[in-house]
Design a protein around this ligand. Sequence first.
Ligand code: MN
Length: 343
Amino acid sequence: MRILHIADLHLGVKNGKLPKEKQDALKDEMIENCHYLFSQIGKKYDVILVCGDLFHSKSVPTKLVQSFFAAVSAFGKPVLYVNGNHDEKFIFSEIPENFIVLDENNTCFEFQDFVFYGVEHLQNIDKTKNNVLLVHGNIENTRDSDYIDISPYLELGFEYIALGHVHTVKKYKKGNNIFAYSGSLFSNGFDECGDKGYIEVEINNKVVEKCEFKPLSQRKYAIVSYDLSHDKTTADIADGIKREICKQGISDRDIIRVVLTGSYDELLNKSLSILQDSFSEFFYIEIVDESKMKIDIEQLKSEKLSFKNEFISLVENSDLDGAIKQKVIALGIEALKGEDLSI
Ligand SMILES: [Mn+2]
């Protein structure tokens, strides 16, 4: 049997701090990608497991819920679901027949020679069958309010335990047990960079023949660090950033944060607005400037009739600590150069 394991879709969530039109575009793409996953990618699978946090809250727009269930109907085969901490209060009404909620009222579901279980009332597990458990919780961090101890479940001898809650993909093998987090299906911010997707599991005659993460083709969040120390113009910086983006396999369709680092010569004409404009063909790019201007104190001290020189002497002759003196000088010189202060 071919199983598609997903979790943590968080449908209806706001996408970080992006401008509203980008958030709207991403929301539309999320549901569009659900349709693609269920009706196209789904074709080669017999069952889909949704391990909680399908909806971000109990009050997501009805249209979104209906659209998701249309995707479930299009799949046509069983979709098994356990709730997560975000959607535990979600009320399901008018759900398609092939959407099966595993909870205290409906503790398992039999399909061909497989039985799929939620964590409620686990008993009488038929070991001649292929048994799969769906769980939502954090199996590693005991400080998480949704911590769940996996060890009692391991003893029950499931062929596969499909996990949800942790947004990063992670596979485990302990004794005969194979269990995995698929990670979140979509990303919702710069704290969730990189590929997001699903796990393909293939189990035949109680043997897990495949357990493999597959990225879902979609926009991803990416953070790129760029050192501008050797650049002479804003155009140089833009070209350098584009080279770095390309090198890291990031696309102009992605959601990108560029962090400028390094120290630059005071003669560099660094314009953040020109820099931003040179990425107008990108879907979204934000620039965080953590670079610093190079300050040559000895050079400044040699300048005649200079405010900077006066300022340096004033600080050097003060009672301040050595390290503090350096900081005050750097900040003061930046201020005298008309730079933003790096406090
Ligand atoms: Mn969760």
